[in-house]
Every structure is written in C-alpha cells, then in structure tokens.
Design a protein. Sequence first.
Length: 263
Amino acid sequence: GGTIRKMELEQSLKQYSEQLEEMVKERTRELEEAQDKLVRSERLAAVGELASGVGHELRNPLNVIKSCIYLLNMTLADKADEETISTLKLLDQQVDISNKIVTDLLTFTRVRPPSLGQVDFHNLIRESLSWVRVPEGIEVVTNFDGQSPKVLVDAEQIGRALANIVSNALQAMDGKGVLRVNTGIDEGYAWVKFEDTGCGIPEENLDKIFEPLFTTKPKGIGLGLAITKRLVEQNNGVIEVTSQVGKGTTFAVKLPLCKEEAN
C-alpha cells in the first residue's frame, strides 16, 4: 500500500508542479504585456509632447530644402548629368517622407472631432485614390457596385484614412502588382475593400498593425494605420484587415449610410 501511496503523491506533486509552472508562465506573459503597454503609452505621451513642440519647427527647414531642390531643378534643367538628377530626386523623396512623419505626428496628437455630413461614397473613394501617386508598374482596378450611396462621415477625415490605406498597399507591392478596389452595401453600411498583391503581413503582426508606433518598415514611425483606425472609428465606421504572406493584404472599411439610404 505504501508504494501505491508514494506513487499517488508523486503523481499529484508532478501535476501540482506542472500547474504551478503554467501559472508562472501565464503571469509572466501578462506582466510582459502590461509592461509593453506601459512602455508604449509612455512613448506615446513623449511623442505627443515632442510633436506639438517640434513639429512646426521641423516644417520650416523642410519647406526651405524643398524650395531649394525645386530651384536647382529649374536652374540646371537639361544641363545636369544623370547622377545629379537622381540625387535631387532622392532628396525630394526624403523631404516628402520627413514631411509625412511630421504630419503623422501632428495629426496623431490632435485629431479634431468629425464634422459629419452627407458624402457621395464612390466620389470620396475616387478622390482619395487621386491623392496618392501610383507607381508605373502598379495597376489600380476599381469595381464600384451599382449607384453610389451617401454615407454620413467627415469627408476630409475619411478621405485621408482611405488615402493612407492606398498608400500602404502601394508600398507593400514594391513597384509592381494590382490594387483592386471593390464596394458594396451591407446592413446599414457602405463598404470598400482594398486588395493588394503585395508581400502580405505575418499572422503575429496582424493584431499589432493598428497600434501606435508599431512598424516593420524602414521608413516611417508606425502612426499611419493607427491614425487611419482612429479616423474611421470616430466616424462610426469599422476597419478590418486580412492577409496572406506572399499573396497580399485586404483592408475593409465599413461606413454608416445616411438614414434615408439605410431604410
């Protein structure tokens, strides 16, 4: 009987030890997540202070550099060699990237409340597409379903959110691919889907892509999609993402229809 008793004790001790180990793991995971959140919110608070103080200060020199590049292009015209032309082009692009970072910083720290109005949905999408420069190797295919519904949104905010999604999709395709833009209506909402044929997003990053300061790109500071999500949600909309690595990513945005359209 003693041997059986001993085996039972050993068994329950083993179970207890395993449970304890699992609890410790779980608690460690929770603590790490809480720590991550704290670090991120502290970084965000610092970003907020930095943005309002430094944002405008950075704008001025960037605009001066931009003007100088334009003047150099005009002055040199056909006289410049290829290396000089490509260097000026690179400078111009870098100034644009820096300007976008400043804009993102300032936008993120003070998103104004939306000014809602009746907006033609398909026109809004067309307009946001026109705000983004499409590289030569990428084809944009639009498939708008039926007549354009009216949505109740802030046109400027949602236009910017959609342009952000398009810009992201184009970057993911790295100069060649297809961006499909489809629309439809579903239970009081108008929806638009942006499907790219880019590199896709790994599953472990899908939950994080809307988080402020999360980025896997070498340029940018990871505020673009956080701003996009905030703009869509404060306009009573929903944004979702699905992705397959090596195949592409689809962003879906749903926006509320105007009352008379929804009935």
